[in-house]
Ligand binder design. Structure first.
Ligand SMILES: [Ca+2]
Length: 376
């Protein structure tokens, strides 16, 4: 009887210790970071395979993995080394719709590892999509050869959906350009208070600076940063790439080419995204700026720090900048965005006076004298 109780007791100890070990086993995560989830036909899509050992003391010594996709949508171009020198020169074997890759390292490496970068060409038609499925058949610790697969969680990669087209043509009403809402994943805001005050239009003189805030509407926080491409008319405005800033530091240099500016903000650890604000860039109207112009956010990405997913969209949302001379007179004298009693007081203050004494912007009728009937 005593022996029986002893065995039961021992069993209980074994069960408890096993549970404890399982419950507190630290997790290793892996995922495929997709450079553009909504590419257009002919575009290149880069997939970065990441393994994160930040929560474990083990270093990675060896792995074998597989990436699977729809060969009707993506064509494998080449695989390049990731950013982890310990795992440079992986063994690869590409066949239709799948890539096997493996490597080992005598020194091993820990933390967040980029194992391999896979380049694809988009051969699918608009609207077609493919999942990217990552799996591991081996994951061993350096030195100890401990099997790390039981601790591995592979995050699902975002699907790649072939987008329909590039930026749609400008939207105009009878009076001229109007800002486009786009697909609503991102907005651009011209009000410099952090977050989206939904200011999409501005009247500016030639040579004037303005800030465009990039606002994410997808509730992704914390984020690893963002990546943006804006298109603009080089004869009307120019970006100042030295002004780029945001929740994360700029990664590499911004690129300027043929009326587009592209830049990336990145951080190794996730940063809270407050009020959707991810970053900003300053533009300037050129000397002699006349008429109106549109700046379009054609591509945007945000790195989800919780899943390592790269959420890429083609927002095609825009802001419209008009030259002062193209602006229509507005009774919003105090510039708060609405016409109110304060505006009437400002109007009354200058009623009947020569506009040269207060500035022509308060002369709604564009006459040389203020007239009561010009206030709505
Ligand atoms: Ca704002």
């Amino acid at each position: 009887m005593l022996a029986h109780r002893l065995i039961l007791g021992l069993l209980a100890v074994v069960v408890v210790s096993t549970l404890t070990a399982d419950t507190f086993a630290q997790t290793i995560t892996a995922g495929a970071d997709v450079s553009n989830g909504q590419p257009q036909p002919g575009d290149q899509v880069d997939v970065d395979v990441l393994v994160d050992l930040s929560d474990v003391s083990d270093k990675l010594g060896a792995y074998a993995a597989k990436l699977v996709w729809d060969a009707n949508v993506l064509r494998f171009m080449e695989a390049e080394d990731g950013e982890t020198s310990a795992f440079a020169g992986p063994q690869t074997n590409a066949s239709t719709g799948q890539l096997l890759f493996s490597n080992f390292s005598t020194v091993g490496d820990g933390g967040l590892l980029s194992l391999i970068k896979v380049k694809f060409e988009v051969i699918g038609k608009a609207g077609e999509h493919t999942a990217l499925t990552l799996s591991f058949t081996a994951l061993d610790a350096s030195g100890t050869f401990k099997n790390l697969l039981p601790q591995l969680q592979v995050r699902p990669a975002p699907a790649v959906t072939v987008a329909t087209s590039g930026p749609v043509p400008p939207v105009e009403n009878g009076d001229g350009l109007i800002p486009r809402p786009g697909d609503a994943t991102w907005s651009m805001d011209l009000n410099t208070a952090a977050g989206d005050q939904q200011v999409r239009e501005k009247n500016l003189a030639a040579g004037q600076k303005f800030i465009i805030e990039l606002i994410n509407n997808q509730s992704i926080s914390p984020a690893l940063g963002g990546s943006f491409t804006l298109s603009y008319d080089t004869t009307k405005v120019e970006p100042d790439i030295s002004t780029i800033s945001g929740i994360a530091a700029q990664l590499g240099a911004a690129t300027l080419s043929d009326g587009t500016v592209s830049f990336t903000l990145a951080s190794l650890s996730g940063v809270a995204v407050d009020k959707g604000y991810v970053g900003q860039i300053e533009f300037k109207t050129l000397d002699g700026f006349q008429g109106e112009t549109e700046i379009v956010l054609t591509k945007a990405e945000i790195g989800d720090a919780s899943t390592f997913g790269n959420v890429a969209t083609t927002p095609n949302s825009s802001v419209v900048i008009r030259s002062d001379s193209a602006s229509r007179p507005t009774p919003d004298f105090d510039g708060d965005g609405s016409v109110g009693f304060r505006d009437f007081i400002l109007f009354a203050q200058f009623y009947g006076k020569d506009p040269s004494t207060f500035g022509v912007e308060r002369d709604l009728s564009d006459h040389s004298i203020f007239e009561g009937k010009t206030f709505p």
